[in-house]
Design a protein around this ligand. Sequence first.
Ligand SMILES: Cc1cc2nc3c(=O)[nH]c(=O)nc-3n(C[C@H](O)[C@H](O)[C@H](O)COP(=O)(O)O)c2cc1C
Length: 414
Amino acid sequence: MKRVDDFRLRLGKHELVPIMIGGMGVDISSADLAVEVARLGGVGHISDAMIKTVSDRRYQTKFVKQKLALYKYNVENEDKSPVKFDLGKLIEATRLHVEAAMSRKSGDGMIFINCMEKLTMNAPKETLKVRMEAAMDAGIEGITLAAGLHLGSFALIEDHPRFRDVQLGIIVSSVRALQLFLKKSSRTGRLPDYIVVEGPLAGGHLGFGMDWAQYDLATIVAEVLHYLKSEHLDIPVIPAGGIFTGSDATAFLESGAAAVQVATRFTVSEECGLPDNVKQEYFKASEEDIEVNQISPTGYPMRMIKASPGIGAGIRPNCEAYGYLLDANGKCAYVSSYNREVAAHPEARKVSVMDKTCLCTHMRNFDIWTCGQLTYRLKDTTRRMEDGSYRLLSAEHIFKDYQFSTEQKIALPE
Ligand SMILES: Cc1cc2nc3c(=O)[nH]c(=O)nc-3n(C[C@H](O)[C@H](O)[C@H](O)COP(=O)(O)O)c2cc1C
């Protein structure tokens, strides 16, 4: 009987354990987690979501305070278009985060960064370009293009000296999205080095509509493999979303996938960036506690635990301090929803906003508990302590469970 360890993922000169831990913003897939996964021979991801906040927390910078001070005059203003990112500071924050992770790396694995296109930052092209270039300058080994079609992303960095040396991957949820990406990127004369196919059970934002439940990862992966074969393209395909056991992973590897991308099982690892009390919420969640909703201002459906404190919280938008979701015209759907509620309830000291959420503030504060559909099975992956809480797991334990387990078994900690 085969297991994940019987397979290897080849990326460039690297031969890897075919387990990739998906990027989880904001700093949920921490550098600690990525470094550990690389040590174990797989691929770890850091994320550049809200990189200035991450840098302030981890590297004692004051980027957020400085930005807020600069734009404080605009806090009461409904028009957020004047709030811009200082590209130099964005570069500095990215460099700090990437360098810190890369300097600690050991082992045969690799460390990539997850870059979401939907972080449009009031200047989509300019900010994405410097984010990717700064990560390459700081030694990142791969960039996974996420949350968006990325039709122009390769072109943004084609003049960078590392454009052909760094591993570049794209996340898609359909053959159609892949075809569009390949068509638009062909002008740069460069194919992606890997393709993550993310199905409807994943955590974070979904590349599906609210009819997500009608789709099935294995079917989409088969379609992508078939399409690549028909085009004579030899690009590693990496399924993601709901791959919970080593046996689930092995089944994909046996049917032609080059590796798997997993995330949910690692949300309860010691190395994961979520606070410990939130990790307990992930353990406790039952299937009925998890929903896919449309409160993300990005326009993509997002999966989360229903009890997330950020749902419905009508806080004043914090674009002057954050502003990661402001589009090219300085607009964010939450700002509009918030202003609508304030106008409708002029006497209220506090409003509730149900249709959208201030994702920047709540992700920063770990108050939106985004998660994969199979989060409700996490409680079966550990032991319960005397006080009723669940024991956190080491990333090594979870990684090796994926790598070596068979027959749908999940190894409990000693
Ligand atoms: C807490 C959490 C946060 C996530 N954040 C991101 C993100 O910032 N960018 C992204 O591309 N994918 C994100 N994802 C998706 C994962 O990278 C991954 O592809 C997916 O969750 C894999 O499915 P699984 O969680 O069932 O293993 C997130 C997933 C989780 C669980």
